[in-house]
Design a protein around this ligand. Structure first.
Ligand code: S3P
Length: 172
């Protein structure tokens, strides 16, 4: 069983996945990290040097490789916030994983991402006065992919990491 965690940038996918994997004693993979290791380059550098289209192609390639290699194992897989923009990726996730959408409200996303945008491509160059409108636009572009792929939607607003992990354990 592959438990995939999706959701917008800054909702805590990686932290929650790591904690979940530790508690249920299984392997954790992070799609962004997997790409960074196979490309030997950070996600920021891939965006800067090769462009977003290249990165998206790598996401599909890596995702396919991960699900096929781990089809018969129990693993937790955290996805990048834009990985489900692609219909192809949505189909892979629906076919091979139990996908949990960590859903935060737009206001939570705006607050968190304001603090965490510095090291993230796509959002790192958004000026302060454009933040609300641009974060909303990005969120709306990704939301359909999350909803379309999720086996379970979990509200994360005002919850601790431990609480979220416990709620995940209760449904898997
Ligand atoms: C992206 C989200 C990032 C990372 C890349 C693109 C996006 O992942 O994959 O910078 O387009 O939403 P996180 O959601 O883990 O920050």
């Amino acid at each position: 069983m592959i438990i995939a965690l999706t959701g917008f940038m800054g909702v805590g996918k990686t932290t929650i996945s790591e904690k979940l994997a530790k508690l249920i004693l299984c392997k954790h993979l992070d799609l962004d990290k997997y790409i960074e290791e196979s490309e030997n380059m950070s996600v920021s550098d891939i965006f800067a040097k090769r462009g977003e289209v290249y990165f998206r192609r790598m996401e599909t390639f890596a995702l396919r490789e991960i699900v096929l290699r781990n089809e018969n194992d129990i693993i937790v897989l955290s996805l990048g916030g834009g990985a489900l923009l692609s219909h192809e990726n949505q189909e892979i996730i629906k076919k091979y994983t139990y996908c949990i959408y960590l859903k935060a409200s737009l206001s939570t996303i705006i607050t968190r991402l304001r603090r965490a945008k510095k090291n993230r491509p796509i959002v790192n160059e958004i000026s302060e006065n454009e933040e609300e409108a641009r974060f909303k636009e990005l969120f709306e572009a990704r939301e359909e992919g999350y909803n379309n792929s999720a086996s379970f939607i979990l509200d994360v607003d005002n919850k601790s990491i431990r609480q979220i992990v416990d709620e995940i354990i209760a449904v898997i």
